[in-house]
Design a protein around this ligand. Structure first.
Ligand SMILES: Cc1ncc(COP(=O)(O)O)c(C=O)c1O
Length: 410
């Protein structure tokens, strides 16, 4: 296909004149292709899919019913700009009840159309060319991508097993600290499943004040916390002086497709976010905001979602341990992050986690997501579809049988 006349006009940030010509295949596309191959070559073998990163259930029936009601209200028809008061007030109540955090709903809370666009917009508030955003890897890369779009750069903080999967702030050179404007952290952490300790957050607050940067804590998975009550960054003294926390109804409320979340914390950061947002979108549909407010007022919803994923993760940890994997219950998220096997008893070696993941899909129809950014790890998600506990147990039995046949070497 010949190039369009505007081929040389594409911005450098998306590849410039080479835009659309790359041949590199990205991780999730490779997984998709391997799945297709497994289905074609072994049509009789069921796919055991631990690769999906999305809740398997619909939103609670009460929330869907509320949505139906809201759909009929004329006041929900228009632009919502930076959001309605009912949602902001529900957020303030939620933050107070769950974390004992007091927020002024009008100045310290702003809705977003899911946490992804909030992570995309916050760099616009701070990053000039040459500035640095500190990001943990592996992780959710959106804030880093937008940092680069604005001419900034990303300094990667690997989450290594030897550091108990926390970033090593001591390894950051002085010239990077000088240029750092943003630190993006994510707890409970995807994909490692690690939760933050109070001491870790205290260290982050101290560093933010010392080196003068803003903290963005991505709390997308916060209601999926298993190792204690969910903890907000903002409940740690001093946090409200140094940044914001981003929340989402996607994971903890089974509302992933509804696209609703919020940014809360320091008033000036929230205001800057709201200004950028106001220049980017016109707000989430009012009916969704009101249904989400009703969801936030019902603590039984995140409780139920959490207990389901806790149960599934416990079963997964037991099953994988019996198959030789070294794993323990994650602190949070619906992911289990565990060292990838090095090869097979027959002598075959896996060069990295991606090779192991490809082997599992193509040879055993078991889907996992590989991470090689900070050592070879596989991510197993428990968002697979299973109608009831018996179906979950059946799936675990199938996975166990296949994994044991592999004769894995670690
Ligand atoms: C760590 C993390 N942050 C943010 C998001 C985005 O979530 P949403 O935009 O649905 O709120 C995800 C989704 O996978 C995530 O895993």
């Amino acid at each position: 296909m010949s190039d369009p006349y505007f081929q040389t006009l594409f911005a450098e940030r998306i590849g410039g004149a080479n835009y659309g010509k790359g041949t590199e295949i990205y991780k999730f596309e490779k997984i998709k292709r391997a799945k297709r191959r497994a289905l074609a070559e072994f049509p009789q073998r069921s796919l055991v899919d631990f690769g999906i990163g999305e809740n398997d259930a619909m939103a609670a029936e009460s929330v869907r019913a509320r949505m139906v009601h809201e759909l009929g209200l004329p006041e929900n028809r228009g632009y919502m700009d930076n959001g309605n008061t009912a949602f902001k007030e529900a957020v303030a109540r939620f933050m107070h009840r769950n974390f004992d955090v007091e927020l002024d709903p009008m100045t310290q809370v702003n809705h977003c159309i899911g946490s992804k666009p909030a992570l995309a917009m916050l760099p616009a508030c701070f990053i000039n060319p040459g500035d640095v955003t500190l990001m943990t890897v592996p992780g959710y890369p959106v804030a880093g991508t937008h940092t680069r779009y604005y001419g900034g750069s990303v300094y990667r903080l690997p989450l290594l097993a030897e550091n108990d999967f926390y970033p090593d702030f001591k390894s950051i050179p002085a010239d990077i600290w000088e240029k750092t404007k943003l630190l993006v952290i994510n707890y409970p952490n995807s994909p490692t499943g690690k939760t933050a300790t109070r001491e870790f957050y205290e260290q982050v607050i101290e560093l933010a004040k010392k080196h003068s940067f803003v903290v963005v804590q991505d709390a997308a998975h916060i209601m999926l916390t298993y190792d204690g009550p969910p903890m907000s960054f903002l409940q740690v003294p001093g946090a409200l002086d140094v940044g914001v926390e981003i929340h989402s109804l996607s994971k903890g409320f089974d509302m992933i497709g509804w696209r609703i979340g919020w940014v809360c914390g320091h008033e000036r950061v929230v205001r800057a976010f709201a200004d950028v947002k106001d220049n980017s979108d016109s707000g989430q549909f009012g009916a969704i905001q009101n249904a989400a407010a009703a969801a936030l007022d019902d603590d039984s919803i995140p409780h139920r979602v959490r207990e389901k994923y806790r149960r599934r993760l416990e079963k997964l940890v037991e099953m994988l341990t019996r198959c030789g994997f070294k794993c323990e219950m994650p602190g949070g998220t619906y992911f289990l992050y565990t060292p990838a096997p090095k090869g097979l008893a027959t002598g075959e070696k896996f060069e990295n986690a991606e090779a192991a993941s490809q082997y599992f899909i193509t040879q055993h129809s078991i889907v996992t997501v590989p991470w090689d950014d900070a050592g070879p790890f596989l991510r197993f998600s428990v968002t697979y579809e299973a109608a009831d506990e018996a179906a979950e147990d059946q799936l675990m039995a199938v996975a166990e049988e296949r994994l044991k046949q592999c004769r894995l070497v670690f």
